[in-house]
Design a protein around this ligand. Structure first.
Ligand SMILES: [Zn+2]
Length: 251
């Protein structure tokens, strides 16, 4: 689960926008965090949903609150919505991609399964486990077969790594990033390429809004600064992202 920065409330003429309907926040969210599901990580091809972290049925005052919004695919949105804990417990009982390091608490397996990382302290482990249950990321009874799609992404990422080992060129690296950005499943790519620092940096830089603060260990070598790396590959990202706030979306 990719940790993200949503940023401050978007402004219009330097004034924070008041959303008449939460759907109006969609293009702003897409610009900030990319067209990816905040939970399963897939690139959302159809019907992106504004996900309310605290459900609007539980606290109607947060229905239009920018800081309560994430983007989700239709299935993740509805699975979380109907989970019984969604109304019985509070936000602090779970990890959230806009507040926590939601990458380094899980491990991603080639089978498509996500596990809670063994090395984390027990109290964190329980919270991480509950986060997985709430979001249903390991459920095989979902309409969109997300664990299978994640396994498929693992296969593509593994083949890409194998190609890179045979032919370590800038062109190959760009092709790999292009594939990752267009498919999504950021966490799978981050796992498969865990020993390839330059690829990791590109994945962090080019999936919009990734919270870099949890990945200082990747930038430690200083061989390529974040800015240099971004400039090098930014053109690749542009073709996959929403160019400006005037873009129209159906809600
Ligand atoms: Zn999803």
């Amino acid at each position: 689960m990719r940790p993200i920065i949503r940023g401050d409330i978007p402004t219009e003429n330097a004034i924070p926008i008041t959303f008449a309907h939460y759907g109006k926040a969609l293009p702003h969210l897409v610009r900030r965090i990319g067209l990816y599901c905040s939970y399963c990580g897939k690139r959302i091809e159809n019907s992106p949903a504004i996900e309310h972290i605290c459900p609007k049925s539980v606290d109607p005052s947060l229905e239009l609150d920018w800081n309560n919004f994430l983007l989700a695919c239709k299935n993740c949105n509805s699975i979380k919505h109907v989970h019984p804990d969604n109304i019985n417990e509070s936000k602090k009982d779970y990890f959230w991609p806009d507040e926590d390091d939601t990458f380094n608490i899980f491990t991603y397996e080639y089978s498509g399964k996500i596990n809670v990382k063994n090395s984390i302290p027990p109290e964190i482990k329980e919270k991480a486990k509950k986060t997985l249950e709430l979001t249903g990321l390991n459920r095989y009874d979902r309409g969109d077969e997300i664990p299978l799609k994640r396994r498929e992404a693992w296969g593509v990422a593994t083949e890409s790594l194998s190609d890179l080992k045979k032919c370590e060129t800038e062109e190959m690296k760009r092709q790999i990033i292009r594939t990752a950005v267009s498919r999504g499943y950021w966490s799978v790519w981050m796992t498969v390429f865990r020993n390839e620092n330059n690829i990791l940096k590109s994945l962090i830089d080019l999936f919009p809004g990734t919270n870099t603060k949890y990945f200082s260990y990747i930038y430690q070598d200083n061989l390529l600064s974040k800015t240099e790396n971004s400039e090098k590959l930014i053109n690749l990202a542009n073709r996959f992202q929403i160019p400006n706030e005037q873009s129209s979306f159906h809600e």
